[in-house]
Design a protein around this ligand. Structure first.
Ligand code: ASP
Length: 430
């Protein structure tokens, strides 16, 4: 059975069994199994992923920014790609955050954070220490990146991300001068790529344990709190999908129409097969060859631009993922009854945008990232166990939007580059 099916099954079994035994929650024997057998399984799974967070975030972001920044020879194409990546991801996260605040999908159920959860303390400290904006800005630039790395899982991830972004820009500048001498990419870049690959391999190891861990976490939740969680999860799925739809239809549609002067309908219709493929593979990377083909053959985008934008975008531009991360973290905050301040929500938004850049274009690539963003505002890691059971479907949906975003950016950058698409009508038929 495929992993995502096993995860969904684990979710259902966990809820069913947990709810069945919920009336006996006071039984010492059952409580002991829950605390001493199931809880450790869930914890070991979560810690296996946490273990790779720092090296993974650093290597992924440096590589992502490096790829975005090295295309100097493309006369501004790289800069505009970077600009649109931030703009569209920002719009996407803003939609998600607005929706989750409006609909409050997590408010229907109140889970207590597991006892002694370090996350809750972090949240309380963060909330207590409401600092002026100027201080927050200053602290975004780390004095000691190593110290930031050590404290990354206690809410200090953003300074580390800033360091990685600056480092990535610097590497992209170095590379222009030296890459030729080293026969392609710099050695440093290749080392970082291998660190990243090894981290992803560890995620795969963790995934072996995932079905049992999901069962354990969900069982414990339903055992302690009953079945209300299932309806809440459904509401959460609807919120994410609603946000993705708005991004796809309204935001992409508006940009295509207003900036690229293309008919959105025609554009979307031409991309149908790419959407289907992205949906079924849940991988931007796997969809890349098809997007390249459609960009040239059906959308008639200039190859020198579309090849660059789509290749970089398949790893660095993940608008749907950024939205998913923002919604998930705020949803879990609601589920755990944590009232995030506006400042904390802004932090979630910024981190989600950056995390989108660092997310690998593979199925479930964003899971470690979403854990980091959640952790940074003090959400108990157990929350991820709830999300995993429904993640595959959301992954398929967000990957579609990720890939769609890459094609839209390619069109936006090409539109200005060539100036050829002067009216929606002509563009659609070109
Ligand atoms: N599966 C997504 C992609 O390939 C990444 C993620 O959000 O997990 O674009």
């Amino acid at each position: 059975m495929k992993l995502h099916n096993r995860l969904a099954l684990a979710l259902l079994l966990g809820v069913a069994l947990g709810a069945l035994l919920h009336p006996y929650a006071e039984s010492p024997a059952l409580a002991a199994v829950s605390t001493h057998v199931l809880r450790p399984i869930g914890q070991i799974f979560l810690r296996t992923i946490f273990m790779i967070v720092v090296p993974m975030v650093f290597s992924a972001l440096v590589i992502g920014v490096y790829q975005l920044g090295r295309g100097h020879d493309l006369s501004g194409v790289a800069g505009r790609t970077l600009g649109y990546t931030f703009l569209l991801s920002g719009a996407s996260v803003a939609i998600g955050v607005a929706l989750v605040n409006l609909l409050r999908p997590g408010a229907g159920v109140q889970l207590a954070a597991p006892a002694g959860s370090p996350g809750v303390e972090t949240l309380q400290q963060n909330a207590a220490a409401a600092r002026p904006l100027s201080d927050i800005l200053i602290e975004l630039v780390p004095r000691n990146p190593l110290e930031s790395a050590v404290r990354a899982l206690d809410g200090e991830m953003l300074p580390l991300m800033v360091f990685a972004v600056v480092f990535g820009v610097a590497v992209s500048r170095l590379s222009a001068a030296r890459a030729a001498d080293e026969g392609g990419d710099l050695l440093l870049v290749r080392v970082l790529e291998q660190i990243f690959d090894a981290c992803m391999r560890i995620v795969h190891f963790a995934m072996i344990l995932a079905p049992v861990a999901v069962f354990a976490i969900v069982f414990n939740t339903a055992f302690t709190f009953g079945t209300g969680i299932l309806a809440t999860l459904l509401f959460y799925v609807v919120t994410v999908v609603g946000g993705l739809l708005l991004q796809q239809v309204v935001v992409y549609g508006a940009f295509l129409w207003a900036v690229a002067r293309r008919s959105p309908l025609e554009f979307f219709r031409n991309c149908r097969e790419v959407y289907l493929y992205a949906f079924s593979t849940a991988s931007s990377n796997a969809t890349l060859p098809l997007s390249l083909d459609v960009a040239e053959r059906k959308l008639r985008l200039p190859p020198e631009i579309s090849r660059f934008v789509l290749t970089v975008g398949s790893t660095a531009n993940q608008n749907g993922t950024a939205l998913f991360e923002g919604v998930t973290v705020l949803f879990l905050a609601q589920v755990y009854g944590l009232d995030l301040t506006v400042g904390q929500q802004v932090r979630v938004m910024v981190m989600s945008i950056i995390a989108g850049i660092g997310t690998a274009g593979v199925p479930g690539g964003s899971l470690p990232m979403v854990m980091i963003v959640a952790q940074s505002v003090g959400i108990p890691a157990e929350g991820m166990g709830l999300i995993l059971g429904v993640d595959r479907f959301l992954d398929m949906c967000r990957t579609m939007v990720n890939v769609s975003g890459d094609l839209v950016i390619a069109a936006l950058v090409s539109g200005r580059e060539t100036g050829a698409h002067s009216s929606p009508a002509t563009a659609s038929s070109s």
